[in-house]
Design a protein around this ligand. Structure first.
Ligand code: NZQ
Ligand code: ZN
Length: 390
């Protein structure tokens, strides 16, 4: 373990079928006005909205509603939420939905008391709010497993006008104060979103795992998490109503991106950078966009990262190594990854998401690039990866 780090994760979690019962107690810690952010209506159809609003009412809260937070939330919608929060002087932001609603709520929380251009300052310039800037507290009631947004400070916002999706990880003041994770709530997630979430989880782990060569405890934890998501995904795809599998998927999602397994690691995140750009151009679910460029990316990363790819093959996929060279073992690991992606029904090309060859220069242009993992990509490399992924 070569890195230096500090670790502090302030999010309190409530997990399990009874977890919503704890909302009442949490609400006592905050003032009377609650901004309730939610998406395009799934929470009304599956009854979770009724359960939550009944608890808010019982707790005597004044609820200001902000529905219509779209998947891949936009800058325009962020501005709307900031205005609502300012006009109503809210005390708490409650996110009711998936990663998009949770990300969005943190973005509003960061921006409400910032007097300048918050998009420019926090997303384009990637700054944190000043230490003396007031931030609104966020609580999250998660309805979809995937992003880890429930226990991290990430907020991904899309400038739809410029087809530009920007990820921002704030400091830990913007992590949710509490998150409620009831796996039962994820049972109504559409099958494509469930699969997208599963790959998002897998890829979060891979983005952190495929960097550095030192012997790091985080990598052993990552291997366990990957084995768990592979195992549970196979069960959930066959039977989406399997509570045990869905609960393991939800719990793995949280640990895949709550900062723990990235400790002491350089980390990669270029699949996410290219995937964000593909998502902005195709409007594909986040995890599908990641899946569609993964094979081309990891084939490139395999040579410079060979020893880690060998370890991935052995420890995650149980590849039998007798008589094989390191290259052959690493390749067998990547083939196992590809087979699993096909087995659970993930897209392996950007063409399946509606991308065309004409879009490739634009997708390349809007991809944020930095030296990462085992590669130091150029724009030409990104273009090649996209062409190979078409
Ligand atoms: O709009 P609603 O009605 O809520 O429907 C949503 C949406 O259509 C639906 N859904 C969610 N829970 C449901 C449900 N439908 C039925 N029953 C339920 N229980 O599923 C659709 C997708 O939801 P969304 O929140 O968009 O998905 P996800 O959780 O994958 O979040 C995606 C966003 O998170 C960002 C992505 O870029 C994307 O913008 N990310 C955030 C990260 C972070 N905070 O660290 C990291 C990730 O890498 C990712 O970039
Ligand atoms: Zn992701």
């Amino acid at each position: 373990m070569q890195g230096n780090f500090s670790y502090h994760n302030p999010t309190k979690l409530y997990f399990g079928e009874e977890s919503l019962n704890y909302l009442k107690d949490e609400l006592k810690n905050y003032g009377a006005k609650v901004l309730l952010n939610y998406g395009s209506g799934s929470v009304k159809r599956n009854g979770i909205y009724d359960q939550v609003t009944a608890i808010l009412k019982e707790a005597g809260k004044t609820v200001v509603e902000n529905p219509g937070v779209m998947t891949n939330p936009t800058l325009e919608k962020l501005k709307e939420g900031v205005t609502i929060a300012r006009e109503n002087d809210v005390d708490l932001i409650l996110a009711l939905g998936g990663g998009s609603v949770c990300d969005y709520s943190k973005a509003v929380a960061a921006s409400v008391f910032y007097e300048g251009d918050y998009w420019d300052q926090f997303w384009l310039k990637q700054q944190n709010p000043a230490q003396d800037q007031r931030l609104l507290p966020v609580g999250c009631i998660l309805t979809m497993a995937g992003t880890g947004s429930e226990m991290n400070a990430g907020t991904v916002i899309t400038d739809a006008e410029h087809t530009f999706k920007v990820g921002r990880v704030f400091d830990d003041r913007l992590m949710p104060k509490f998150s409620i994770l009831n796996p039962r709530f994820t049972m109504t997630v559409p099958e494509n979103q469930m699969k997208a979430g599963i790959y998002d989880i897998m890829n979060h782990i891979m983005e952190q795992y495929f960097s550095d060569f030192d012997d790091n405890t985080s990598d052993y934890i990552s291997e366990g998490l990957m084995r768990s998501i592979i195992h549970s995904s196979r069960i959930a795809v066959r039977n989406p109503q399997d509570y045990e599998a869905r609960s393991n998927i939800m719990w793995t999602a949280t640990w895949a991106l709550n900062t723990l397994i990235g400790l002491g690691k350089q980390q990669d995140w270029m699949v996410h950078m290219i995937g964000h750009s593909v998502g902005a151009w195709t409007h594909a679910p986040h995890g599908y966009a990641l899946a569609s460029v993964s094979m081309a990316y990891y084939r490139r990363a395999m040579k410079p990262g060979l020893q880690k790819f060998v370890r991935f093959a052995k420890n995650v996929w149980n590849i039998q190594t007798d008589g094989l060279t390191d290259e052959q073992i690493a390749e067998a690991g990547l083939k196992a990854l590809r087979d699993w992606m096909l087995e659970i029904g993930l897209p392996l090309t950007i063409g399946e998401l509606g991308a065309t060859s004409q879009m490739i220069p634009g997708i390349t242009e809007t991809t944020v690039i930095y030296p990462a993992g085992y590669l130091n990509l150029t724009k030409e490399d990104v273009m090649e990866i996209l062409k190979e992924s078409l």
